[in-house]
Design a protein around this ligand. Structure first.
Ligand SMILES: Nc1ncnc2c1ncn2[C@@H]1O[C@H](COP(=O)(O)OP(=O)(O)OP(=O)(O)O)[C@@H](O)[C@H]1O
Ligand SMILES: Nc1nc(=O)c2ncn([C@H]3C[C@H](O)[C@@H](CO)O3)c2[nH]1
Length: 218
Protein backbone atom coordinates (compact mmCIF):
# COMPACT_ATOMS: atom_id res chain seq x y z
CA UNK A 1 0.00 0.00 0.00
CA UNK A 2 0.88 3.72 0.25
CA UNK A 3 1.75 3.79 -3.50
CA UNK A 4 4.40 6.48 -3.57
CA UNK A 5 3.79 9.20 -0.99
CA UNK A 6 6.20 9.24 1.94
CA UNK A 7 4.38 8.63 5.23
CA UNK A 8 6.02 9.90 8.43
CA UNK A 9 4.45 9.36 11.86
CA UNK A 10 5.59 10.94 15.11
CA UNK A 11 5.11 9.18 18.43
CA UNK A 12 5.86 9.65 22.10
CA UNK A 13 4.00 10.04 25.39
CA UNK A 14 1.64 12.93 26.20
CA UNK A 15 3.44 16.26 25.83
CA UNK A 16 6.43 14.70 24.03
CA UNK A 17 6.26 17.34 21.27
CA UNK A 18 4.54 15.34 18.49
CA UNK A 19 2.24 18.07 17.19
CA UNK A 20 4.97 20.70 17.47
CA UNK A 21 7.39 18.60 15.41
CA UNK A 22 4.72 17.47 12.91
CA UNK A 23 3.91 21.12 12.19
CA UNK A 24 7.61 21.95 11.64
CA UNK A 25 8.08 18.99 9.26
CA UNK A 26 4.85 19.83 7.46
CA UNK A 27 6.19 23.33 6.75
CA UNK A 28 9.62 22.04 5.73
CA UNK A 29 8.58 19.17 3.44
CA UNK A 30 5.24 20.53 2.29
CA UNK A 31 3.53 17.25 3.17
CA UNK A 32 -0.09 16.98 4.30
CA UNK A 33 -0.41 17.35 8.07
CA UNK A 34 -2.52 14.70 9.77
CA UNK A 35 -3.45 15.68 13.33
CA UNK A 36 -5.10 13.49 15.89
CA UNK A 37 -8.53 14.43 17.18
CA UNK A 38 -8.43 15.65 20.77
CA UNK A 39 -11.17 18.08 21.76
CA UNK A 40 -13.63 16.15 19.56
CA UNK A 41 -13.40 13.07 21.78
CA UNK A 42 -16.55 13.33 23.94
CA UNK A 43 -15.16 10.96 26.57
CA UNK A 44 -11.76 12.54 27.21
CA UNK A 45 -12.78 15.01 29.94
CA UNK A 46 -14.72 12.31 31.80
CA UNK A 47 -11.89 9.83 31.18
CA UNK A 48 -9.44 11.95 33.17
CA UNK A 49 -11.84 12.14 36.12
CA UNK A 50 -12.25 8.33 36.26
CA UNK A 51 -9.93 6.40 33.96
CA UNK A 52 -11.20 2.86 34.66
CA UNK A 53 -14.85 3.84 34.23
CA UNK A 54 -14.45 5.56 30.85
CA UNK A 55 -11.47 3.69 29.40
CA UNK A 56 -13.33 1.38 27.00
CA UNK A 57 -15.40 4.14 25.38
CA UNK A 58 -12.36 6.41 25.14
CA UNK A 59 -10.10 3.80 23.56
CA UNK A 60 -12.82 2.65 21.13
CA UNK A 61 -13.50 6.23 20.05
CA UNK A 62 -9.80 6.94 19.42
CA UNK A 63 -9.36 3.67 17.50
CA UNK A 64 -12.24 4.16 15.09
CA UNK A 65 -11.45 7.81 14.45
CA UNK A 66 -7.88 6.93 13.60
CA UNK A 67 -8.95 4.09 11.32
CA UNK A 68 -11.16 6.53 9.38
CA UNK A 69 -8.40 9.19 9.21
CA UNK A 70 -5.86 6.67 7.92
CA UNK A 71 -8.27 5.25 5.33
CA UNK A 72 -8.83 8.80 4.13
CA UNK A 73 -5.14 9.69 3.80
CA UNK A 74 -4.52 6.47 1.87
CA UNK A 75 -7.27 7.38 -0.58
CA UNK A 76 -6.70 11.13 -0.85
CA UNK A 77 -2.96 11.62 -0.34
CA UNK A 78 -0.62 8.61 -0.30
CA UNK A 79 -2.13 6.87 -3.33
CA UNK A 80 -1.61 10.13 -5.25
CA UNK A 81 2.07 10.32 -4.20
CA UNK A 82 1.44 13.13 -1.74
CA UNK A 83 3.58 12.85 1.42
CA UNK A 84 1.92 12.85 4.84
CA UNK A 85 3.28 13.71 8.28
CA UNK A 86 1.12 12.59 11.17
CA UNK A 87 1.33 13.49 14.86
CA UNK A 88 0.49 9.92 15.83
CA UNK A 89 0.92 6.27 14.90
CA UNK A 90 -2.10 4.05 15.41
CA UNK A 91 -0.04 1.77 17.65
CA UNK A 92 -0.64 4.33 20.40
CA UNK A 93 -4.09 2.77 20.75
CA UNK A 94 -2.48 -0.41 22.02
CA UNK A 95 -0.03 1.50 24.20
CA UNK A 96 -2.77 3.48 25.97
CA UNK A 97 -5.28 0.62 26.06
CA UNK A 98 -2.69 -1.68 27.64
CA UNK A 99 -2.63 0.67 30.61
CA UNK A 100 -6.24 1.80 30.84
CA UNK A 101 -8.28 -1.35 30.05
CA UNK A 102 -8.56 -4.41 32.25
CA UNK A 103 -7.04 -7.67 31.02
CA UNK A 104 -10.18 -9.11 29.41
CA UNK A 105 -11.13 -5.80 27.75
CA UNK A 106 -7.59 -5.42 26.40
CA UNK A 107 -7.63 -8.94 24.96
CA UNK A 108 -10.82 -8.21 22.97
CA UNK A 109 -9.63 -4.72 22.01
CA UNK A 110 -6.40 -6.11 20.60
CA UNK A 111 -8.31 -8.57 18.40
CA UNK A 112 -10.35 -5.69 16.99
CA UNK A 113 -7.20 -3.58 16.56
CA UNK A 114 -5.48 -6.35 14.57
CA UNK A 115 -8.45 -6.74 12.25
CA UNK A 116 -8.77 -3.05 11.43
CA UNK A 117 -5.12 -2.04 11.38
CA UNK A 118 -3.93 -4.79 9.08
CA UNK A 119 -5.21 -3.01 5.94
CA UNK A 120 -4.20 0.52 6.87
CA UNK A 121 -1.25 2.42 5.39
CA UNK A 122 1.88 1.99 7.50
CA UNK A 123 4.40 4.80 7.97
CA UNK A 124 7.78 4.50 6.22
CA UNK A 125 9.41 6.45 9.04
CA UNK A 126 8.48 6.83 12.70
CA UNK A 127 10.06 9.56 14.83
CA UNK A 128 9.89 8.42 18.42
CA UNK A 129 10.23 11.35 20.82
CA UNK A 130 11.50 10.42 24.22
CA UNK A 131 11.48 12.73 27.26
CA UNK A 132 11.89 12.16 30.97
CA UNK A 133 8.75 12.25 33.12
CA UNK A 134 9.57 15.59 34.78
CA UNK A 135 9.97 17.28 31.39
CA UNK A 136 6.70 15.78 30.15
CA UNK A 137 4.84 16.96 33.28
CA UNK A 138 6.33 20.45 32.91
CA UNK A 139 5.31 20.72 29.25
CA UNK A 140 1.80 19.37 29.90
CA UNK A 141 1.38 21.99 32.65
CA UNK A 142 2.78 24.74 30.43
CA UNK A 143 0.39 23.85 27.58
CA UNK A 144 -2.48 23.94 30.10
CA UNK A 145 -5.31 21.99 28.46
CA UNK A 146 -8.25 22.15 30.90
CA UNK A 147 -8.81 18.37 31.04
CA UNK A 148 -5.11 17.68 31.71
CA UNK A 149 -4.79 19.96 34.77
CA UNK A 150 -4.96 17.08 37.28
CA UNK A 151 -2.63 14.85 35.27
CA UNK A 152 -1.34 12.01 37.43
CA UNK A 153 2.48 11.77 37.34
CA UNK A 154 2.29 7.97 37.72
CA UNK A 155 0.09 7.71 34.62
CA UNK A 156 2.64 9.68 32.56
CA UNK A 157 5.48 7.62 33.98
CA UNK A 158 3.72 4.34 33.21
CA UNK A 159 2.86 5.55 29.72
CA UNK A 160 6.47 6.54 29.07
CA UNK A 161 7.67 3.10 30.13
CA UNK A 162 5.10 1.44 27.89
CA UNK A 163 6.35 3.55 24.98
CA UNK A 164 9.92 2.45 25.77
CA UNK A 165 8.78 -1.16 25.65
CA UNK A 166 6.96 -0.78 22.31
CA UNK A 167 9.86 1.12 20.71
CA UNK A 168 12.58 -1.13 22.06
CA UNK A 169 14.68 -2.07 18.97
CA UNK A 170 14.31 -5.76 19.86
CA UNK A 171 10.51 -5.67 19.92
CA UNK A 172 9.77 -3.27 17.05
CA UNK A 173 9.32 -6.01 14.45
CA UNK A 174 6.88 -7.92 16.60
CA UNK A 175 4.95 -4.82 17.73
CA UNK A 176 4.56 -3.47 14.20
CA UNK A 177 3.21 -6.74 12.82
CA UNK A 178 6.36 -7.51 10.84
CA UNK A 179 6.12 -4.26 8.85
CA UNK A 180 9.31 -2.73 10.10
CA UNK A 181 9.47 1.05 9.67
CA UNK A 182 12.62 3.17 9.96
CA UNK A 183 12.57 4.40 13.57
CA UNK A 184 14.37 7.63 14.47
CA UNK A 185 14.58 7.93 18.23
CA UNK A 186 15.15 11.42 19.60
CA UNK A 187 15.62 12.51 23.20
CA UNK A 188 13.52 15.67 23.30
CA UNK A 189 14.27 16.51 26.94
CA UNK A 190 17.17 18.75 26.07
CA UNK A 191 16.19 19.96 22.58
CA UNK A 192 14.12 23.00 21.74
CA UNK A 193 13.15 22.53 18.12
CA UNK A 194 10.46 25.15 18.50
CA UNK A 195 12.89 28.04 19.11
CA UNK A 196 16.36 26.73 18.30
CA UNK A 197 17.37 26.62 14.63
CA UNK A 198 20.22 24.11 15.22
CA UNK A 199 17.90 21.68 17.03
CA UNK A 200 15.43 21.96 14.18
CA UNK A 201 18.12 21.30 11.55
CA UNK A 202 19.40 18.33 13.58
CA UNK A 203 16.03 16.59 13.26
CA UNK A 204 15.29 17.66 9.69
CA UNK A 205 18.69 16.28 8.57
CA UNK A 206 17.92 12.93 10.17
CA UNK A 207 14.54 12.80 8.44
CA UNK A 208 16.05 13.79 5.07
CA UNK A 209 18.63 11.00 5.42
CA UNK A 210 15.86 8.48 6.18
CA UNK A 211 13.76 9.64 3.21
CA UNK A 212 16.74 9.28 0.88
CA UNK A 213 16.97 5.57 1.77
CA UNK A 214 13.35 4.92 0.73
CA UNK A 215 14.17 5.10 -2.98
CA UNK A 216 11.68 6.57 -5.40
CA UNK A 217 9.22 7.91 -2.87
CA UNK A 218 8.20 11.57 -3.00
N1 LIG B 1 11.69 20.57 22.56
C1 LIG B 1 10.81 21.37 23.18
N2 LIG B 1 11.24 22.42 23.88
C2 LIG B 1 10.39 23.23 24.52
N3 LIG B 1 9.05 23.06 24.51
C3 LIG B 1 8.58 22.04 23.82
C4 LIG B 1 9.43 21.15 23.12
N4 LIG B 1 8.67 20.20 22.52
C5 LIG B 1 7.40 20.51 22.85
N5 LIG B 1 7.35 21.63 23.62
C6 LIG B 1 6.14 22.24 24.20
O1 LIG B 1 5.52 21.23 25.01
C7 LIG B 1 4.11 21.30 24.88
C8 LIG B 1 3.61 19.95 24.37
O2 LIG B 1 4.00 19.78 23.02
P1 LIG B 1 3.00 19.14 21.94
O3 LIG B 1 1.62 19.70 22.09
O4 LIG B 1 3.66 19.25 20.61
O5 LIG B 1 3.03 17.63 22.46
P2 LIG B 1 2.26 16.34 21.92
O6 LIG B 1 3.24 15.23 21.97
O7 LIG B 1 1.62 16.62 20.61
O8 LIG B 1 1.18 16.16 23.08
P3 LIG B 1 -0.19 15.29 23.11
O9 LIG B 1 0.18 13.87 23.14
O10 LIG B 1 -0.84 15.71 24.37
O11 LIG B 1 -1.01 15.70 21.93
C9 LIG B 1 3.78 22.45 23.94
O12 LIG B 1 3.50 23.58 24.73
C10 LIG B 1 5.10 22.63 23.15
O13 LIG B 1 5.28 23.96 22.73
N1 LIG C 1 -6.76 7.04 26.76
C1 LIG C 1 -6.25 7.54 25.64
N2 LIG C 1 -6.11 6.74 24.56
C2 LIG C 1 -5.58 7.18 23.38
O1 LIG C 1 -5.47 6.42 22.39
C3 LIG C 1 -5.20 8.54 23.34
N3 LIG C 1 -4.68 9.32 22.37
C4 LIG C 1 -4.53 10.55 22.88
N4 LIG C 1 -4.97 10.56 24.16
C5 LIG C 1 -5.02 11.75 25.04
C6 LIG C 1 -3.69 12.16 25.58
C7 LIG C 1 -3.82 13.66 25.65
O2 LIG C 1 -4.46 14.03 26.87
C8 LIG C 1 -4.75 14.01 24.51
C9 LIG C 1 -4.05 14.43 23.23
O3 LIG C 1 -3.11 13.50 22.80
O4 LIG C 1 -5.51 12.83 24.26
C10 LIG C 1 -5.39 9.34 24.47
N5 LIG C 1 -5.91 8.86 25.62
Amino acid sequence: MNNGGVFIAIEGAIGAGKTTLATILNQHFNYTLLREIVEENPYLTKFYTDIKEYALQTEAFFLFNRVKQLEDIQKNELSKSQGVVSDYHIIKNLIFAGITLDKMQFHKYKQMYNIFVNDLPQPDIIIYLNSDTNTLMKRIAMRDRSFERQMDRNYIHELSNEYKYYFNPLSIKHNFMGKEPIVIEIDNSKLDFLNNEDDRSFIINKVEDAISTLGGKS
